[in-house]
Design a protein around this ligand. Structure first.
Ligand code: NCD
Length: 304
């Protein structure tokens, strides 16, 4: 099997793999402007069983910039899985006959892995449950490297919903390959899973836990803010108890290092004040652009 067949979990990648993807993404900056035909005969199927704006459209934009073709559904209700109760296995065994690669987002943990087990063509995980979002972690690393010039040696604060947020889970696991210090800033109900903290500690990463936004943003190079994942709470009362409790306000920016950067996987709700958008620290829309070149690199490595 080639080195990059599927991309299911960030934990399946070595530091060497990650560095190769980031280097390829950097080369894609120029290709994304000039466009290319390197995936001219390839078809990407996007199967999105959950809402998405950036992940799906940036995968599609990446494919178009490389000359490839795209099909799929963005709303499960219009697919046979939603409307008629078709199994994931049957959906995959069908779509593999239409395309060269499957990009899948699904609400269940483990869904992308299951899809890959049924698929004869490569599968890319575009977000599975609350556990994994490997392509987001790669574009986050790419953004940090591009904006701060390095990943080794930085301090980063992961803020917000560390319990249900899949982006912070994958990013935390990716950061284990680097020499970084990590601050975990979350309300007590939304702290990082102990299993991930244990992995960080056993990898020798310097980790601290705080429970306020103010303590989260001070003295770090990167502030990674996240949305409280309303849709993942088993009980709406649990969500109501934390909603609006963890917000980055314009005045918090003055507590940050002058050269700190604020990232956010987006979408935001109320946790990131739009007034921050015009500060020099706000980099989340540049991070969106990093998503296109990173996904171009991933598609190229998997399909070529
Ligand atoms: C994230 C996701 O879907 O996990 N969005 C994204 O892919 N950029 C984050 C979120 O929904 O809060």
């Amino acid at each position: 099997m080639p080195r990059f067949h599927n991309l299911i979990s960030i934990q399946d990648l070595t530091r060497e793999d990650i560095d190769l993807i980031l280097a390829r993404a950097s080369e894609m900056e120029e290709v994304s402007v000039r466009r290319s035909n390197i995936l001219k005969d390839k078809i990407m199927a996007c199967l999105f069983f959950e809402p998405s704006t950036r992940t799906r459209l940036s995968f599609e934009s990446a494919m178009f910039r490389l000359g490839g073709n795209v099909l799929g559904f963005a709303d499960v209700a219009v697919s046979s899985a939603g409307g008629k109760g078709e199994t994931l296995a049957d959906t995959i065994k069908t779509v593999e006959r239409y395309a060269d690669v499957i990009v899948i987002r699904h609400p269940l943990d483990g869904s992308a892995r299951v899809a890959s087990e049924f698929s004869a063509i490569p599968v890319i995980n575009a977000g599975s449950g609350s556990e994994e979002h490997p392509t987001q972690a790669l574009l986050d690393l790419y953004s940090i490297k591009k904006m701060k010039g390095k990943i080794d040696g930085i301090s980063i604060s992961l803020c917000g919903d560390l319990k249900y947020g899949r982006t912070v889970h994958s990013l935390a696991m990716a950061l284990l390959h680097y020499n970084v210090s990590i601050r975990l800033a979350a309300p007590p109900q939304l702290r990082m899973k102990p299993a991930i903290i244990e992995k960080m500690l056993s990898s020798g990463v310097d980790v601290t836990t705080v429970d306020s936004v103010e303590e989260g943003v001070k003295d770090v190079d990167v502030i990674y803010m996240t949305r409280i994942q309303k849709e993942r709470f088993p009980d709406v009362r649990e969500y109501d108890a934390v909603r609006g409790k963890f917000r980055l306000r314009l005045e918090d920016v003055s507590l940050m290092k002058k050269d700190a950067i604020i990232l956010h996987p987006l979408p935001r709700v109320d946790e990131l004040d739009p007034a921050i958008d015009s500060t020099p620290q706000a980099k989340y829309f540049d991070q969106v652009a990093a998503g296109v070149v990173t996904r171009m690199a991933i598609l190229d490595l998997i399909l070529n």
